[in-house]
Design a protein around this ligand. Structure first.
Ligand code: GDP
Ligand code: CA
Length: 319
């Protein structure tokens, strides 16, 4: 079985760790990772979601935090601060710095982001084929209004520095409109037996991937069933600011509203948490097969159960 999954950072990575447990030795997983969170810092290219996927699946993640390296130290950041060089709000540890140095060195030498990601994965052995959504630069910006007026800030600034405390007025995936899917992305989608949307952020993770011209069309045209899992439980994101960015695109933060926003053209199946059992009828009324199962990724075993439920639903909706 060839499984393709679109993924952001923490929600995507944790789900994939469960999916990897749920499949057989012959099955393979291709992950299309969001690069809209990418940011250039200290002259280095940082790819937060690709790195969270790589570190989580490769055993190097800081478990509690969900991002960055385990056993991290912070000497470089402290030295940069002595020079008065920030940003102080972005956490780049010493071990993490090495990843960004390797990536930036290879990009400067002329390799593409796909090639760099493949090279980094030689070390991390994530057990999946990890593809960036695009080799072209895409950076999500968020329009906000605060005491400095109305302006767009980088998504990382919105989330990490401002903690999503101000309302997001619009989400702009800068560069997405002219970006091309990375090599292998459209081919993997077309050849997939199952396509999964993990419980990643529907706007700034999955939404950004779908904003790359050709990717949404490839998913809707693919013969494989597309099954998603809700990142919203009981009317709130399990973690993060999905409610803020959903509001910016005019979508209610409920499991049903997110499914209807993806739409029945894209989604064949949708899993909601048992707490949202009442949403099943509304989703099915829109032509999307829906089941309520436990969706909290408390550990790998519970997450593998979620992955099995998604694969089972995919079999049921397969035309
Ligand atoms: P990010 O890039 O690090 O923000 O990660 P993703 O976009 O991949 O995932 C973020 C989403 O994961 C958030 O909207 C959360 O609500 C969701 N999430 C986190 N933990 C869980 C969980 O245990 N269950 C479910 N259903 N969603 C979760
Ligand atoms: Ca992210």
């Amino acid at each position: 079985m060839r499984i393709v999954a679109l993924a952001g950072g923490i929600g995507g990575a944790r789900f994939l760790r469960g999916l990897r447990e749920a499949i057989g030795p012959e099955d393979e997983i291709t992950v299309i990772g969001n690069t809209g969170d990418d940011i250039h810092l200290y002259g280095l290219k940082v790819c937060p979601d690709l790195d969270t996927l790589m570190y989580t699946l490769g055993g190097g993640i800081h478990e509690e935090q969900g991002w960055g390296r385990a056993d991290e130290t912070w000497s470089i950041k402290a030295e940069m601060k002595e020079y008065g060089i920030g940003p102080e709000w972005f956490g780049l540890g010493d071990r993490d710095f090495a990843t960004h140095l390797v990536r930036s060195q290879m990009l400067t030498a002329g390799y593409t982001l796909s090639q760099v990601t493949e090279a980094l994965c030689v070390r991390w052995k994530p057990g999946v084929r990890l593809l960036p959504m695009s080799d072209d630069r895409v950076e999500t910006h968020v329009r906000i209004t605060d005491e400095n007026g109305t302006r767009a800030v980088h998504f990382q600034e919105y989330w990490v520095r401002l903690h999503a405390a101000v309302d997001a007025e619009a989400i702009i995936p800068v560069g997405a409109d002219t970006a091309k899917p990375a090599p292998g992305v459209l081919e993997a989608v077309a050849a997939a037996d199952v396509i999964l949307l993990p419980p990643s952020n529907p706007v700034v993770s999955i939404g950004t991937i779908l904003a790359v011209p050709g990717i949404r069309a490839a998913l809707t045209a693919a013969p494989a069933p597309v099954v998603g899992l809700s990142p919203i439980i009981g009317g709130a994101p399990v973690r993060g600011m999905a409610d803020k960015v959903l509001a910016a695109v005019g979508v209610e933060a409920t499991a049903a509203a997110v499914a209807l926003d993806y739409g029945s053209e894209l989604l064949d199946g949708w899993l909601v948490d048992t707490a949202d059992e009442a949403a099943v009828a509304a989703v099915e009324a829109d032509g999307i097969a829906c089941r309520a199962v436990p969706l909290l990724m408390t550990d790998v075993a519970a997450t593998a159960e979620m992955a099995r439920a998604a694969l089972t639903l995919a079999e049921q909706v397969r035309a």
